[in-house]
Design a protein around this ligand. Structure first.
Ligand SMILES: *Cc1c(COP(=O)(O)O)cnc(C)c1O
Length: 453
């Protein structure tokens, strides 16, 4: 436990308490008792800051009753497979403090449309966001999954076929299910990689089986299981040849990897705010072309039978507004950083390969993902190394988690020493080297042999 990190939280919380005084006071100013509360509160903050400076006092464990502090990004190196791309920037954390209240983005909503709000500059953000992924129009959505759902609910009739990868994410399946569609999977084959040819073959087989073409193709650029790169350019080409709309699933790319939807040949680009854009969950984006905008971002047509009420400025596939507060503001605050960081994707891949190369020096360690790595998410196989130790260790598979935690590393699947995933995204070179050395030290401690460099 890092006392200074805990003190930092304590100080932040104490400042929040001060904020509450103003939230209760009359607009004119504080009365006598409130002034006293304020100065007592400030004194409390000062004491905490003094403790922080001197590194003393007792560390807090809870944010609120039964809600533990979350300090894994401050006290540890976190290699959790799904979390690194959604780690907030300092800008997002600050903005979240200011915009945490419920419908906070709606202060200056003049048209009843989220994407048209000018203060804060939500409209400008939308314009830049569409450009960022190389598409014409974009909406923010509560997670990539809601982007899939907006598309499936707009494009599918009951029984329509959707092509997905056999490595597809479960949320793609559910989005097809809720729209009454049918899934046909493309095999990723022995290499665990989807090719344009495999998609074309599957389209042909669906045509033969059903006499109809699939209504939609959903393929991820990088799958959640291996973090392998799939041939989305090839898929885009095949989709064009058959004139079937292609949804590019960028949950593991948008916000980390440079993405240009039109160059890929995508009709829809879906990204995840909390997986790839340093944003609060649930958040994400759905972008499309001018061709598909009237279909997916169509206006509401419904009319109340008694009242005659209409909602023509609302978009039914979005259920009107989507991200009305902290989620959207965190996306917006992180966006300048996100736009820059995608330019450094090559460096992230380089660090990923450095780590994996070091990891593979440990005898018996294997990589299940494609190698060399093209992503920071990797699936590793330690059945012939760490799992052998686990078999006779009194803590079983937890021995590895224990050893890692002792060295300040968390996020691996606790207790798993067989086949598991990790993600090095965003780790500095110092952290990457530390991480690599730690695995080698643990191997040596348990007498696993380590190959020389
Ligand atoms: C994480 C993930 C999703 C789901 O993203 P959400 O933003 O949480 O809805 C979808 N597809 C893939 C490939 C993913 O990795």
């Amino acid at each position: 436990m890092n006392l200074r990190v805990r003190k930092l939280y304590e100080a932040l919380f104490a400042l929040e308490d001060l904020r509450d005084i103003f939230r209760q006071a009359l607009p004119g100013g504080l009365d006598e008792s409130e002034e006293e509360q304020l100065s007592n509160g400030i004194a409390r903050v000062e004491t905490i800051i003094k403790d922080l400076k001197e590194g003393r006092g007792s560390p807090i464990k809870y944010a609120e009753d039964k809600i533990e502090l979350r300090t894994r990004e401050e006290e540890f190196i976190n290699i959790n497979p799904i979390q690194p791309g959604g780690r907030l920037t300092a800008e997002a954390r600050k903005t979240l403090i200011a915009y945490g209240d419920g419908y906070s983005v709606c202060d200056m909503c003049l048209e009843g449309r989220l994407d048209k709000i000018r203060k804060p500059a939500v409209d400008e953000f939308h314009a830049e966001l569409a450009d960022f992924v190389g598409m014409d129009e974009v909406r923010v959505v509560p997670g990539a999954r809601r982007g899939f759902q907006a598309v499936t609910s707009s494009l599918l009739e009951k029984g329509d076929v959707v092509i997905v990868s056999d490595l597809g994410h479960y949320t793609e399946y559910l989005a097809v299910e809720t729209a009454g569609g049918v899934i046909k999977e493309v095999p990723s084959g022995p290499k665990n990689i989807i090719t344009g040819d495999a998609v074309a073959d599957r389209i042909e087989s669906v045509k033969k089986e059903t006499g109809k073409l699939p209504k939609l193709i959903i393929i991820e650029h990088f799958d959640y299981s291996f973090g392998n790169e799939h041939d989305v350019y090839g898929v885009g080409k095949v989709a064009k040849e058959y004139d079937i709309p292609f949804l590019y699933n960028g949950a593991y790319s948008v916000g980390m990897v440079p993405v240009n939807g039109k160059n890929i040949g995508a009709d829809f680009v879906v990204g995840s705010g909390h997986k790839g854009m340093a944003s609060v969950a649930p958040s994400g984006i759905l972008a499309t072309t001018d061709e598909w905008t009237p279909k997916v971002f169509r206006s509401s047509q419904i009319v109340g039978d008694v009242t005659g009420r209409r909602f023509e400025n609302k978009e039914p596939a979005m259920l009107g507004c989507t991200l009305m507060g902290g989620t959207l503001l965190s996306m917006m605050a992180s966006f300048p950083h996100v736009k820059e960081r995608v330019k450094r994707w090559d460096a992230e891949v380089k660090k990923s390969n450095y780590f994996i190369n070091e990891f593979l020096r440990i005898a018996g360690n294997k990589i299940s993902s494609e190698y060399p790595r093209k992503h920071t998410l990797s699936k590793v196989d330690t059945r012939d190394s760490f799992d052998r130790i686990a078999k006779t260790h009194k803590r079983r598979g937890y021995f590895l988690s224990d050893e890692l935690k002792r060295k300040g590393i968390v996020g691996e699947f606790a207790g798993s020493t067989r086949v598991w995933k990790l993600n090095t995204y965003g780790l500095s070179w110092d952290r990457i080297k530390y991480l690599s050395e730690t695995f080698i030290e643990i191997a040596e401690k348990y007498a696993l042999s380590v190959k020389r460099n």
